[in-house]
Ligand binder design. Sequence first.
Ligand SMILES: Cc1cc2nc3c(=O)[nH]c(=O)nc-3n(C[C@H](O)[C@H](O)[C@H](O)COP(=O)(O)O)c2cc1C
Ligand SMILES: CCCCCCC(=O)C(=O)O
Length: 345
Amino acid sequence: MDTQYIQTKQYEEAARSLVDAAAWCYAESGCGNEQTLRANIAAFEHLYIRPRMLVPMDAPDLSTTVLGTSISLPVMAAPVGFQQLWHPEGERASVQGTGQAQTLYVASSSATTSLEEIAGRVCSPLWFQLYLFEPRSLSAQLVQRAQQAGYQAIVVTVDTPYYGRKERFWRNQYSLPEHIRKANFSDDVDPMVSSTFDWGVFDWLRTLTDLPLIVKGILTAEDTCKAIEHGVAAIVVSNHGGRQLDAALPSIVALPEVVGAARGEVEVYLDGGIRTGTDVFKALASGARAVFIGRSLLWGLAVQGAEGVNQIFAILREELEYAMVLSGCPDVNCITSDLLKECNW
Ligand SMILES: Cc1cc2nc3c(=O)[nH]c(=O)nc-3n(C[C@H](O)[C@H](O)[C@H](O)COP(=O)(O)O)c2cc1C
Ligand SMILES: CCCCCCC(=O)C(=O)O
């Protein structure tokens, strides 16, 4: 397909007509009544930009760094499992499209392509997302394989002591197709997430790797302090795209308290509900260093494979560039909290 869409929303509409109903339902679902899924997006609508005028600039500079790695825009690919549901090339295409956009890709523990194969394809910086599995040895092996394959950091997802209740998916009695495999595990291994871990897991992981550890799934100041005490290098404010605890805080609402508690000691990123460049702008103005996209990346993947993923980043890049020029921000460091106003009407 050679159509060029100008909004991520148009990719969503196109993807819906292309993707099998079960895969669509699986990805779009939140958990429970989907309050958090809706609120992740709706909360951005309460934030408005206070633009500044007559700030001279040429083209604004959207580039930044995350843990010292350069990326061409402050938007990265979130870990998303089972990507062959959306395109036969799955993760191979999404990592390629992310590389074309010159940004960073996080490979999921639950990928349909092995972590080694993803790393072999790479033309972008790569982090590996780790689930905390029982037995622990399953997680330990993944960490060691990721380090060996050249990943630059481990993103530990901590919001999944149980796998969330995707009730919409269950109600429709969908299940994932037989051919969809977790490629990081042999067929006789069925890794189960574990509810028995505490914060000491970071001390244990530290004995296994010297890669930076990033914690994904934080929504409170209290847990931010715990994470810093246990030596994390960065925090992802996330509610798993509204897929774990229904009625959990929308990510953009939780962000300021996490940023406040982090006191600049660690980098803070956000995911959940990013659909436009102005959403990216609002997250940066609320203190995020960069953001991740989950579902919108899948829409690009479903419609045009690697090129679609690249296009999703291109759309967000252009929208962010417009927002920066029109609000007087020559570079991403100029996107500060004084440029935002909350309006609850
Ligand atoms: C279909 C799907 C699969 C996901 N798989 C993972 C995963 O394997 N690991 C993980 O940490 N998060 C996973 N997530 C959560 C994303 O990393 C991210 O937190 C979320 O999608 C961000 O919200 P957004 O979809 O509104 O951008 C998944 C999300 C979706 C929609
Ligand atoms: C063993 C955990 C499987 C998780 C699958 C991917 C995911 O995180 C999701 O939200 O779906």
